[in-house]
Every structure is written in C-alpha cells, then in structure tokens.
Design a protein around this ligand. Sequence first.
Ligand code: NAG
Ligand code: NAG
Ligand code: NAG
Ligand code: NAG
Length: 356
Amino acid sequence: MAVSNDASAVSSMDFKKCRKFHVFLVLVLVFVISYSVSYKWSISGRWRETVRRKVNILIWHWPFGNISTLQRDECWDSYHVPGCNLVDNRSLFPQADVVIYHNRELQNGVSKLPLDLPRLPAQKWVWLSLESPAHNGDLRRYGGLFNWTMTYRNDADISVPYGELVPRTTKGNYTIPAKKTLVCWVVSNYQSSHKRSTVYMSLKSLIPVEVYGRWANKPLNDDQVLPTISQCYFYLAFENSQHTDYITEKLWYNAFLAGTVPVVLGPPRANYEAYIPKDSFIHVDDFASITELATFLNELASDKERYNSYFRWRSDYYVKLFHSWSEQFCQICQIYERLPPRKIYDDLDSWSKHEP
Ligand SMILES: *[C@@H]1O[C@H](CO)[C@@H](O)[C@H](O)[C@H]1NC(C)=O
Ligand SMILES: *[C@@H]1O[C@H](CO)[C@@H](O)[C@H](O)[C@H]1NC(C)=O
Ligand SMILES: *[C@@H]1O[C@H](CO)[C@@H](O)[C@H](O)[C@H]1NC(C)=O
Ligand SMILES: *[C@@H]1O[C@H](CO)[C@@H](O)[C@H](O)[C@H]1NC(C)=O
C-alpha cells in the first residue's frame, strides 16, 4: 500500500512538472511567433506607422498663389511617402505639427502670420523661400517666430535645391543632341548692373552669342526652350546674383536637361562641385579673362572628343528637377525625426543674408 501510495505521489508530481513544462513550451512558442510577426511588420514599415501618429503638415498659403488640389492622402498617393498628412485647410491649425509660410505672400500682404491664434509649444513654423537674399525683403519683424527654415541653402533645416543629380542603378546611354550654335543664353530680366550682363557684353564682342527671351525680343514658348537650347554647344547658366548654393533652374533645366554644356556664373567652382561633377561644367572664374574663356569655348567646340567628355557623367547620373511644392512638403516627413526638436530663429533677417 505504502509502495503504491508512494508511486501515485510520484506520478502526480511528474504530472505537475509535465504541465508546467507544457505551459512553458506554449509561452515560448507564443513569444517566438509574436516576435517574428512584429519583426516582419517592423520590416515592412507598417508597424512603425501604426504606432507613430502621422505628421500633420499645414500649408498656410500656397507659394505664389498657385493652388494645387491635394489628394486625401497626398503624400502616400502621389509620392509614396508614408506617415504624412499634408493639408491646406487652415481650420486644422490647432492639430498641425508643422505650418509652412512662403515668404513672398507674407511680404506683399497677401497673407499674414496667425499671431492671434494659440500656438502649440511643439508646433514648428517653417519659413520658406527659394529666392536669393536680395529678393526676400526686410525680415527683421520675423525674428523669434520661426523654428525651421526651408530654402535652397544647404544649411537650411529643410534644404530644397532647384535640382539634383541622382545616381543611376544601371549605366545610362546618353545621346548628345546635334549642335549648330556656339553659345546660347535665355534672359528675360536683363539689368546692365548685373555682373552677368557685363560678362555677356564682353563675351559677345569676341564670339557669337545667340540670345533668346523677352529682353532680346525673341521669346521662347515653354515647349520651345529645350529643343532650341539643345542645339547649342554651350549655355550661359548665369545667375542674376552670386550666393552660396544659389544654383537655379538655369543650370538644371536650361543647360542639363537640354543636353548642353553649361558655362556658369554664380558661387565659386567649389560650391558647384558640391552638387555636380567637376567635368560637367565650365566656370567663368576658371579663366583669367573673358578673352581666354572665348578662346577656350571656340577650341572646345571643334575638339569633338574633348567636348564629349563633358557629357561623360551622364552615364552615371540623371537630372532630377524640383518637381512640385507638395512633393517638397511631403519630403519633410522623410526627415522629420532628424530635424531639430527645439529651435528658434531669433534673427531671421541676418540668417537669410548670411553667406554660409
Ligand atoms: C502651378 O502649379 C502647377 C502644378 O503644380 C504647375 O504645373 C504650374 O506650372 C504652376 N504654375 C506656376 C505659375 O507656377
Ligand atoms: C476645412 O475643415 C473644416 C473642419 O474640418 C471643414 O468644415 C471645412 O469644410 C474644410 N474646408 C475645406 C475647404 O475643405
Ligand atoms: C548607346 O547608343 C548608341 C547609339 O544610340 C549605340 O550605338 C550603342 O550601342 C549604345 N550602347 C549601349 C551600351 O547601349
Ligand atoms: C518655436 O518657436 C516659437 C516662437 O519663437 C517658440 O515659442 C517655440 O518654443 C518654438 N518651439 C520649439 C519646439 O522649438
């Protein structure tokens, strides 16, 4: 009896151990499964999205009054940027994480800052302008109001260059358009005080320069610009003023997209080289005089092999232009976590005029 009693005691202990072991196994299994599921979700990015609230970006007024219709989920539907809610309905101001103000409409009185509305302490106000310092007006009254800047400058919190070169995944095969004109320039706003006008005047006294645009009484329709410029060996991508990082569509669109070699006048060569390969352009500063520049252009146009070498970069990169305002705004969500969480521009005027 005693033996059998002992035996039953032992077997009931085994049974308890065994049940504990089963519970343990189930727990391990549940852990492994839930871990792998959550891992998969986090890989697909959906996990982060469901956990993190969308970033609300409010466009207080559209730049230059050019209103675009936003999709219900603009950033995802149009650009595949997740976690971003881009709106232009001012009644959403209290929920906005980011509010964007384009400088032009603040300056000309078309719009004004909502200084009367209560502002969330975490809400960021963005000062947006793609103009060069001389065209931003007096910004002294905007001191201590903005948290982030959005400009063409590389040291802005949100940097929006007019264009960029994107590395190709496979080698490209670029065909250089047929050439017939030596040097071309499109200019609408000609001012003799501009440095570019002085350079142009000297240059055209030495070599032929074909000028298009309002000033020359040879305006080009939007659809004529690229086909016309593509026939030129060189394009004068001359900025109207010279500032660090101020490299506009004159280079990206008129020269690069057209398939010509830009002769640039703008910031120093080293600044250009931060954006584009050194053998993709000719800098006015490369020459001791305009006469030397003119001689060089003449020689280069008649040396096919050397001329073609200015297109070599095109097998490794393609040109991406500033697309649309809404695309740029959606990009803010891509870098949102890396933007400074606390910042105030106490002296926006000085910041905007400073050359980095
Ligand atoms: C206005 O925006 C549309 C769409 O983004 C664009 O195609 C058009 O060129 C813009 N117009 C001006 C004057 O900026
Ligand atoms: C803006 O949002 C408010 C509140 O959600 C809504 O009543 C109004 O119709 C919206 N306006 C527009 C133009 O969509
Ligand atoms: C590049 O294009 C030229 C002319 O269109 C062609 O002859 C050549 O075979 C192409 N090369 C490659 C690598 O595709
Ligand atoms: C944003 O700027 C405002 C105005 O200067 C300031 O009161 C607020 O603390 C700033 N917010 C952050 C998060 O830096």
